[in-house]
Design a protein around this ligand. Structure first.
Ligand code: ADP
Length: 330
């Protein structure tokens, strides 16, 4: 598909270049042939009237004139052949470069669709098989049926969580989102993020220490709250019960910097370059059975930060904890 489109685009480039080149060549050909004829006529005139003693005494051989004309035509054909070849090669190269961003976008979209379907398939298959087994069981009691339904609800919840995350990612991937930018106290963003993770923190007995001083940021409050929720949610998820999460903040001349630090399971060095990739989960995270993530949180976080032309980085040591830092231009 890409190759076909590239060839078609090359053909269009060639068509345009050759149209221009042949038109100019035709004009040049006409002009040169006219010049040769004019020169031959002038020579004949000078010989016939003999008012110039320095004039040649013989007519130029008409065959010689014809040969010059043929040579002009030949040179122009060769030049056009050269242009055809060079512009064919260049056109093919340029068509590839023009189409590359479109190809990358399509590849990315296809990867997104196939990754998402792959992730959706697992809970759907488990739901389907559990229901099929129950349907075939003739002695299924009401008690067993209730257990099954509650298990199914767990799977449905996972599916709902996954679809919410996919929607959120798709939303942040849109190029021209209309944002509600306003000057917001960072304190307000943090408190609304803390509210969202409070029950989870309580369940895991995690203390969250907010050491961010009074700052303000020009942003869409919903987006930055989402970003903080993702980082806090991870810090809680990947911390042992009774752990501590610390939030710090600083303003420099051009940036606002916020850090989220935990003393949790940490991230292995080999995983660090990949944790912002979509659907990437480290083996340690997978083993921690109750975390239930899909590897989408940090991909969303990175998207939010890059939409603000900011950066997000991580430093971590396995078994010691992680420190996530994001910087947003003021
Ligand atoms: P998930 O839903 O799996 O948490 P994320 O995209 O939020 O997805 O994170 C990707 C991976 O990065 C996680 O699976 C985990 O391996 C690692 N990770 C993220 N945050 C932390 C953290 N605070 N401590 C340890 N590992 C983390």
């Amino acid at each position: 598909m890409f190759k076909e489109t590239r060839l078609r685009l090359t053909a269009w480039y060639l068509l345009i270049i050759m149209f221009i080149s042949i038109s100019f060549s035709a004009i040049i050909h006409q002009a040169l042939i006219g010049e040769v004829d004019r020169f031959a006529r002038a020579q004949r005139f000078r010989i016939e009237h003999q008012f110039d003693p320095a004039a040649p005494q013989e007519f130029i051989n008409p065959e010689f004139i014809e040969e010059i004309k043929t040579r002009i035509t030949l040179v122009l054909i060769i030049v056009n052949g050269g242009i055809l070849f060079v512009s064919g090669v260049l056109g093919y190269f340029l068509a590839g470069r023009t189409l590359k961003p479109i190809k990358d976008m399509l590849d990315e979209q296809n990867r997104f669709i196939s990754d998402s379907s792959h992730e959706l398939r697992t809970p759907l298959t488990s739901l389907k098989s559990a229901m099929e087994v129950a349907l075939r069981d003739k002695h299924l009691t009401l008690e067993e049926a209730k257990i099954l339904i509650s298990e199914n609800i767990d799977d449905v919840n996972k599916l709902q969580y996954l679809s919410d995350k996919l929607l959120q990612l798709a939303q942040y991937q849109k190029q021209n989102v209309v944002r509600n930018l306003e000057k917001t106290p960072v304190e307000l963003l943090i408190s609304s993020a803390l509210k969202k993770v409070a029950s989870m923190a309580k369940k895991n007995n995690i203390t969250i220490e907010n050491q961010v001083p009074e700052l303000s940021l020009y942003c869409d409050p919903v987006e930055i709250t989402d970003l903080l929720v993702i980082l806090l949610d991870n810090a809680i998820k990947y911390s042992p019960k009774g752990g501590k999460v610390i939030l710090k903040g600083k303003k420099s001349r051009h940036n606002l910097m916020i850090t989220v630090e935990d003393q949790g399971i940490g991230i292995a060095e080999k995983d660090l370059p990949h944790i912002f990739d979509r659907f990437y989960r480290s083996d340690t995270a997978r083993k921690k059975s109750n975390t239930g993530g899909y590897g989408l949180g940090l991909a969303i976080a990175q998207k939010i930060v890059t939409n603000y032309h900011g950066t997000i980085t991580v430093s971590s040591r396995l078994g010691k904890g992680s420190l996530f830092t994001f910087r947003l231009p003021l």
